[in-house]
Design a protein around this ligand. Structure first.
Ligand code: ADP
Ligand code: MG
Length: 355
């Protein structure tokens, strides 16, 4: 054994904080939590693996944020109030600078949402970050994937495609102008979970999901579980301002297959905002909007009678809410281009075992 930090010093120094929301927090064999009367416990786990979800040299502060953010996003999609989390870490070494920054990023977001870190596990091994998040939702009022009905509107919060475009830039598939890349990278590295929105949508949305694997993939889960289809208008899909010019260029072009040669997407130095953008770039953007992951926006359905109320929620929360299509009684999801044609979709989103 080295003379550095012990496992227990590490837990005490970096992961033990006051836990006013727990009966008993970090330090015993189990934490003790009390769910309020009339509430159900919402529980979700999400794991981030080095090399799969992030680069090994990623900024530890942002990793701490994202590790919790992706979990908060799941509770947001259930309309649950986050209360507690556990954190399981596998670390190659006890690097104090890394731990200090990681825990700072984690607790900054935890504090912002009133979440107590109630426990966890710490082992040596390949870098792997796993959070289990727990929250409360009034009995019977959680937003489920199974509630969408034909005739309802499909909505999405914020904008789509930015995180995937930043990743495409980092992977050398495209070169974004500097300002556009900065805007997209912020979405990739520091996603903002839509917790307040999820709470506001209780009793209003009929179903909800967070967009982590791509709009079509995640909406697809809602459609499957609800036994319905959807028709989306590509033109209505909200795109970050930094990428808007590129979306305009892409109108009515078919979405590419994943066999699109990488070279076709590498418009060296051109940037989406310029007319010089090539077809490959616009097709990459279409793919990022429809199927790109990591946006952590909420996609939800609601009866048309809720439109005015949803607009009020958007105004109050400062998060844009956009109507992007309708639920149908078909079994498929189709996307219409501006000219009314059905866009061919060959790739719906990220899947760890099929990509
Ligand atoms: P055990 O050996 O009983 O599994 P551990 O030694 O793993 O206990 O953990 C001791 C205490 O520290 C427990 O309360 C556990 O929940 C907590 N803990 C361990 N790792 C973490 C972590 N990364 N973050 C927060 N709490 C942790
Ligand atoms: Mg343990």
């Amino acid at each position: 054994m080295g003379l550095g930090l012990s496992e227990f010093d590490l837990i005490k120094r970096y992961f033990t904080r006051p836990t006013p929301g727990c009966v008993l927090g970090v330090g015993d064999d189990a934490a003790l939590l009390r769910v309020a009367d009339g509430m159900e416990l919402a529980v979700s786990t999400d794991m981030l693996v080095s090399g799969t979800h992030f680069f090994a040299d990623a900024d530890p502060y942002l990793l701490g944020h994202k590790t919790l953010a992706v979990n908060l996003s799941d509770l947001a999609a259930m309309g649950a109030q986050p209360r507690w989390a556990t954190l399981s870490l596998s670390l190659p070494e006890a690097n104090e600078h890394w731990l200090e920054r990681f825990s700072a990023g984690f607790f900054a977001l935890a504090d912002a949402h009133g979440v107590d870190l109630a426990g966890g596990d710490t082992t040596r091994g390949p870098l792997n970050l796993c959070v289990t998040i727990m929250g409360e939702v009034p009995k019977g009022r959680a937003l489920r994937r199974s509630g969408a009905r034909p005739g309802e509107d499909v909505w999405v919060s914020g904008q789509l495609g930015a995180a995937a475009m930043a990743l495409a830039h980092l992977q050398g598939q495209i070169i974004l102008p500097e300002a556009a890349f900065a805007a997209c990278a912020a979405r990739l590295h520091q996603p903002q979970p839509r917790v307040e929105l999820g709470l506001a949508l209780r009793g209003i949305a009929s179903s909800a999901i967070d967009v982590s694997d791509g709009l079509l993939a995640d909406l697809g889960h809602v459609l499957d579980q609800s036994g319905v289809g959807a028709e989306l208008a590509f033109d209505a899909l909200p795109v970050p301002p930094a990428l808007q010019a590129g979306k305009g260029l892409s109108r009515a072009r078919p979405a590419p297959t994943k066999s699109t040669p990488v070279g076709e997407q590498a418009g060296v130095g051109a940037g989406l905002a310029r007319e010089a953008s090539c077809a490959g770039q616009s097709s990459l953007l279409i793919r990022c909007i429809l199927s790109g992951g990591d946006d952590y926006e909420l996609c939800f359905t609601a009866p048309t009678a809720m439109r005015a109320e949803i607009d009020r929620i958007a105004a109050r929360s400062g998060v844009a809410l956009t109507r992007i299509g309708v639920i149908t009684s078909e079994s498929a999801c189709i996307v219409r281009a501006e000219d009314g044609s059905v866009m061919p979709i060959t790739e719906i989103g990220y899947d760890h075992f099929r990509y």
